[in-house]
Design a protein. Structure first.
Length: 95
């Protein structure tokens, strides 16, 4: 009986430690997923530009915390508008 209680106590401690590790890594996983989505969108635009022989662009909006994919032709057309989660912020870096 004592061995069973000790084993349950050890499992509870291991579960608590592993849960805290997973929670601390969660923001990193989320940021990596957002980065992958951005890369997918960039490659998609690149492929469209090569295939269609039309210029495309990507515009980041710091005010709206989003980015847009634009198609340039006789007029500028917005193809996609993606809002980033509130815990991911865009910043302007110059220098």
């Amino acid at each position: 009986m004592v061995e069973l209680l000790v084993a349950i106590g050890i499992l509870a401690i291991l579960g608590t430690v592993s849960w805290s590790i997973v929670r601390s890594l969660q923001p990193s996983f989320k940021l990596a997923a957002i980065g992958r989505n951005l890369v997918v969108d960039l490659r998609s635009v690149q492929q469209r530009a090569v295939t269609e022989q039309i210029e495309y662009g990507l515009r980041f909006s710091l005010a709206n915390n989003s980015y847009q994919i634009l198609k340039f032709g006789s007029s500028t057309q917005e193809i996609l508008n993606k809002n980033l989660p509130s815990d991911v912020q865009l910043y302007q870096v110059s220098g």
